[in-house]
Design a protein around this ligand. Sequence first.
Ligand code: MF3
Ligand code: CO
Ligand code: CO
Length: 284
Amino acid sequence: MRRIKHNWVVTKGEEYTELDRKVLSFQDQGYLCPTKSLILTPEQIEGVRKSGIINTGILDLVGREIHAGMTTEEIDKLVYDYTIQHGATPATLGYEGFPKSCCTSINEVVCHGIPNDLEELHEGDIINVDCTTILNGYYADASRMYVIGKTTPKKQKLVDVTKECLEIGMEAAKPFGFVGDIGYAIEKHAHKNGFSVVRDLCGHGVGLKFHEEPDVLHYGKRKTGMLLVPGMVFTIEPMINMGTWEVFIDSEDGWTVVTEDELPSAQWEHTFVMTDHGLEILTH
Ligand code: MF3
Ligand code: CO
Ligand code: CO
């Protein structure tokens, strides 16, 4: 027998709202539902949106400044300075011991690369800069790919298809659909283009915390995972590989995630809010 996880709870004596009835009808059928704490109020969503505006300013700035010969340490300094100047804090700085204000992941590095002054960008590199901003306690998390000069057609295709995966995942997410609908759509598009999907890392609830439920897998089956309810705030951040989907963690720094076959990987990320009509980007 399938056990139902009763996440959506109506306190005794409280009136049932229309939303309660709707979510409970899914929960009673055995679908995984969010807790009410995952539904942000309009004020909280505005808070994440404001944080997202600063986050976007950072990634735009990186886009203007990034060039061959620059070190990843210099990117980190741009991120740190801009964040502080705008009254915000970089969420990764000191997070579980992570030492920098953003992650910089070049070519075969999938994610969580640590900026440092020995690492220089070269013509043809593809790099992901991932940045999470905290403003007034609200978290906005986004990343983009930057191509240094001109790269190979294959690497350019990886960058482009990964961006499409994010967009297709966004379109697949419907109110009262499921998190699994997102992963299904992303995996299909990646495979169609001959690429693979990283399985060890996923998107996540965000907004009031850095990492929160639900887990947003970038592969899987439709109608699985958590029910998508308006007011939920989460990321989609597909990591797409040119070769195998398998990855390992650099044993020296304990952070850097690298493709097993050392072929290139790409990633794009946005923070979204579910509305009555579908996803809205909070990190434009
Ligand atoms: N920003 C990353 C994410 O998308 C998390 C980085 S955590 C760090 O979830 F510690 F590696 F920085
Ligand atoms: Co994230
Ligand atoms: Co991120």
